[in-house]
Design a protein around this ligand. Structure first.
Ligand code: NIG
Ligand code: FE
Length: 421
């Protein structure tokens, strides 16, 4: 939605390219004293400033004054569209009540379903878009340039449809790319409590065909209190029939074998994985399924983190995402997620930064995103800091100086560095 632009970024102190051809520069493919040339909203050239070809010298110029530049964050797992909030539930959880008990008693996800249905029914659907738009704007301000958005708080056909319409509206209102996912199989809604089969039939026969044009993926919450492995298998196969590739909420609350299912159905991503074991990790590696870790959710739930080191060392592609939702992770900042990942999961700062950029792009099958080189999307974050390690080193701060989307500066923040590197 932004105008494609031409621009030269000079004076980049540390450029994180994530370019695998720069292996000598480590996982992040770092180039120091770098420049980037952008033409028509895409990266045309990136490398050491001293090698910048003459042909770019007439382009408008932005001096980064020694700051670090990295690809825009790709947040590959969010529940961004919802109504209401659950601060009271959060307080109860901190006082000892469990997430699953609250859900089983009709709270948790079901409370957000009631609020979201009400918002749509009372023609407050604009409010649904407006609240999600504000969250997307805050994400962008923190450096996210692509966001995946799931349905799953409607659990009836009209509300699920309205959620995905809202998700695609966000991409037109905010300079951020959106990718839709159908999560009709989040939980069984109360009106189908005694008849799960009928709800699954509704998802497969009515929701999936109607919502498929608004989405790229079909997701299932495969866990205790949600959907079983056989149910999830059936729904994910039905999704494929409508052109929706599978992704799975797997091994979050308890170990169920959902990671093995993700590998079996060829899921693009298996997400959460707090309870995954070595067998599950090996299966994901063999299937080429991305492990999308959501460390802010485990942090907010005060539960043990997913075994990120095990997954990485097993050869699984690891992504990091916020899981932004009103229950388990009301978090909008990928910088915060990187900080939790590097401080709590055993990933190094470089691995965490890679997983939040290139890993997220791979989890959404976006080959031109999450790295910087000729032909990639000019979606960039300029930090008001000299290196990307400052992200986990200074948790809680928004270190963004500018965000560039399709070559245009879409976020500008005041700088304490005042131009000094
Ligand atoms: O990814 N686990 C299932 N779904 C969300 C939580 C949704 C909610 O609590 O509202 C998650 O954590
Ligand atoms: Fe989720």
């Amino acid at each position: 939605m932004t105008e494609p632009s031409d621009l030269i970024l000079r004076g980049i102190g540390e450029l994180v390219t994530n370019d695998p051809r720069r292996v000598e520069a480590g996982l992040l493919g770092i180039v120091n004293h770098a420049a980037i040339a952008i033409r028509s909203g895409r990266v045309d050239w990136a490398g050491p400033l001293e090698d910048l070809p003459d042909e770019y010298f007439d382009l408008p110029d932005l001096d980064c004054a020694g700051r670090a530049v990295l690809p825009g964050f790709v947040d590959s797992h969010t529940h961004l569209v919802f109504a209401g909030e659950r601060g009271e539930e959060f307080t109860r959880r901190l006082a000892g009540e469990s997430y699953e008990t609250i859900l089983a008693a009709g709270g948790g996800i079901q409370a957000t379903v009631r609020a979201t249905r009400r918002a749509v029914r009372e023609a407050a659907a604009v409010g649904l878009v407006e609240s999600a738009r504000l969250r997307a704007e805050r994400m962008l301000t923190h450096g996210t340039t692509t966001v995946e958005i799931k349905s799953g708080y409607g659990l009836d056909v009209p509300t699920e449809l309205r959620m995905l319409e809202a998700a695609s509206a966000i991409g037109k209102l905010v300079p951020i790319d959106t990718v839709g996912t159908v999560l009709g199989a989040h939980v069984v809604p109360p009106e189908f409590a005694g008849d799960r089969e009928s709800y699954i039939r509704l998802v497969e026969e009515e929701m999936l065909p109607l919502l498929a044009p608004l989405a790229r993926y079909c997701d299932v919450f495969c866990d205790r209190g949600a959907f079983t492995v056989p149910e999830a298998r059936h729904i994910l196969e039905a999704g494929k029939h409508f052109g929706l590739k599978p992704r799975v909420h797997a091994e979050q609350l308890v170990a169920t074998g959902a990671a093995l299912l993700a590998a079996e159905v060829g899921a693009v991503s298996a997400d959460h994985l707090d309870h995954i074991d070595e067998e599950g990790a090996a299966a994901l590696a063999a299937a080429g399924t991305v492990a999308t870790l959501l460390p802010a959710a485990s942090f907010s739930m005060r539960t043990p983190q997913a075994p990120a080191r095990l997954l990485w060392d097993a050869g699984v592609t690891v992504a990091l995402a916020t899981d932004c939702n009103p229950g388990t992770s009301y978090v909008e900042s990928m910088q915060f997620v990187i900080a939790v990942a590097a401080l709590e999961t055993g990933l190094s700062p470089a691995e965490a930064v890679w997983a939040a950029t290139r890993g997220g792009a791979l989890a959404l099958e976006e080959p031109d995103k999450g790295w910087i080189g000729a032909g990639t999307a000019a979606d960039l974050v300029i930090l008001d800091a000299p290196s990307s390690v400052h992200i986990p080193y200074r948790p809680g701060a928004n270190l963004v100086w500018k965000v560039i989307k399709d070559g245009a500066v879409v976020v500008e923040r005041p700088s304490p560095l005042q131009g000094k590197g």
